[in-house]
Each structure stands twice: as structure tokens, then as C-alpha cells.
Write a protein that binds this ligand. Sequence first.
Ligand code: ACO
Length: 332
Amino acid sequence: MSSVKAAITAVHGYVPPDLLTNHDLEKLVDTTDEWIRSRTGIECRHILKGEGLGTSDMAVEAVLGLLAKRSLGPLDIDLLICATVTPDHVFPATANIICDKLGAKNAWGFDLGAACSGFIYALSTAAQFIETGKYKRIVVVGADKMSSIIDYADRSTCVIFGDGAGAVLLEPSADGTGILDFILKSDGHGRVYLHQKAGGSVLPASHDTVDKRLHYVFQDGQPVFKAAVVGMADVSAEIMEKNKLGPDDIAYLVPHQANLRIIDATARRMGVGPEKVMVNIQRYGNTTAGTIPLCLWDWEKKLNKGDNLILSAFGGGFTWGAVYVKWAYEPN
Ligand code: ACO
């Protein structure tokens, strides 16, 4: 096995300035601030507004911040992977658009679609290119403009999602830090509970699909909730066991921010207290591929070199998994 690991050497995020609060949603659908807080933990979300703005624009902001932190320029990027379910267009890949907007002319890129697990799938994929020695600097972006596929007349989904982007830089490390392990899973049987019905090759866009409101997120919340509670908790416990980590060895659980109750169940199963769990769902809602890098961005100043982090996610597909990261740098 390679002694070179892929270390996260910078993290940055971006959320658009416009806010959508629970009280705003009370005016749109039959819901209450109390219901949303108690069932999900969410208080507010950021929404990308503006003609012609898409997922790539948020990603570009996150990557520019990332590069500035390491005093690098866009030409230093070898590869950029964008995890998203809300690409700017069906094709070309949003990663290509991000690279073009950045001027990252030495990079190639591709998109990876694994819904809320997209970031950990992309991170694990990117790590392979570093470990083989093929590339030196890879940017992994998790970005979603969920507001572009949310039906603001459907109270069961519109309260959950928000827009945002987070990015990390991966570089080779030989000092024992970096992405040390991952477990990734998927089960296509779960697709019936969480998907977008139209706009793909099975049901292309038509007047009928628009009239029937089929271009939005469809979610049957209860089965997704049940699968997420078990899936996220089990895989997080599994990666700890596999790496002989006890609760005291863990500095932070970095969970996908879908629902506070799912996060709590995962932390309980791992035996880690709430002080070790990154939670910002109250401010951003569920930004799909953006949640985990946005957590790392918010907590960056509290992370120390050598800290053991467990990144854990569950999402549409179903897709789920956990990544064991040993943090590579001190706060500055
Ligand atoms: N306000 C008020 N009432 C509501 C709302 C709302 N916003 N939404 C639903 N309700 C009602 C329902 O109509 C239902 O009413 P009824 O009992 O009269 O039929 C009642 O509340 C209970 O509905 P449930 O769907 O059972 O509510 P639940 O407690 O399951 O919470 C939620 C719903 C928050 C969606 C939860 O199921 C959940 O978090 N699911 C998992 C989400 C997730 O993890 N998704 C994966 C990641 S997302 C991705 O990959 C893109």
C-alpha cells in the first residue's frame, strides 16, 4: 500500500447572501417554525438569486477562497472534481465550467453525482489520484443550488434544502496525515424514495412533466429517514471498528446535515458526545453535496494537526459512507 496519502491542505466555503427563514416559509406553505425546528433542526437557509447564476458560480467563490489560503493560482490545479445533483446544465460537466471560469487551464475535471454522499464519494475518488502519484493538487468541490429543483409549494421538501458550496484542496502527505480510510456503499433500490422524476432520459422534459411538477425533488421522508439513521450510524461505527478507533480517539464527527435527529443517532452509535459533532444545519439547511465541506470550513480554526475526523453521509440513491481523515494542518 502507498505510504503517500492525500491530505486536505485547505478548505473554503461559500453561501449566497439571500436568506430564507422558517418564518418566510410559513408564508409560502402550511408549516410552522416550531415544526421545522423540532423535526429537522433547521432555522434558515441561503438561496442563490440572480439571473443566470448557477452551481458553478458558488463553486468558483469557494475555490477562489481555497486557492488564496494556500497562495496558489488556478493554473496550479491538476484536477477538479465537482460533486453535485444540480449541475449548471445536463452537459457539459459543471467541473469544466468551474475550471473555465477560474482559468484553471492545466486542470481536467468531471462531475460526480451521489446526492448527499457526493462529497465523500468525490473525496475518496480524488485521494486515489494523489496516492498513485499521478497528481499533486486536486480540488474537490461539493456544490448544490437546491433551490433550482425545489417545489416551494411542497412543504415536505421545501423546508429542508438550501444552496451552498464547499471546497477542499488535496495534496500528497507522507507524515501520517490525510485520508486514511473510507467505506462507501450504494443501493439503487432506494431510488424510489428520493429522486427527481423528470428531466432525465427516462422522462425527458415536456409540457406535461412541467404541468405535473415532476422536475422537483420528490422525497418519501419516512423510509429515507429510517434508512439514513441506520446507514449513517452503522457505517460510522464500522469505520471506527476497522481502524481500531474508540470514542476518545475521535476529535470530530463531520456528518452530512440532513436532519438533526439523524446526526444525533449517528453520534450516539459512535459513542461521541455533542461537543464533538459539527452541526450547522440550523444556518444552512441541507445543501446536499455542500454540507460536509461547509462544516469543515466553519470548524477549520478549531482543527489541529493529527485530529481524527469521521466524515459520514447518507443520500439519494441510496448512497452512503464514511471517511476517516487525520487532519493535516494547524489553525492559523
Ligand atoms: N410542516 C408541517 N407539517 C409537515 C411538514 C411541514 N413542513 N412536512 C410534513 N408535514 C406533516 C406531514 O404531512 C405529516 O402529516 P400527517 O401525519 O397528517 O400525514 C406529518 O407532518 C409527518 O410527516 P413525516 O414525513 O412522517 O415527518 P417526519 O417526522 O418523517 O419528518 C422529514 C419529515 C424531516 C423529511 C424526515 O422524514 C427526514 O428527515 N427524512 C430524511 C431526509 C434525508 O435524510 N434525506 C437524505 C438526504 S437528501 C438527498 O440526498 C438529496
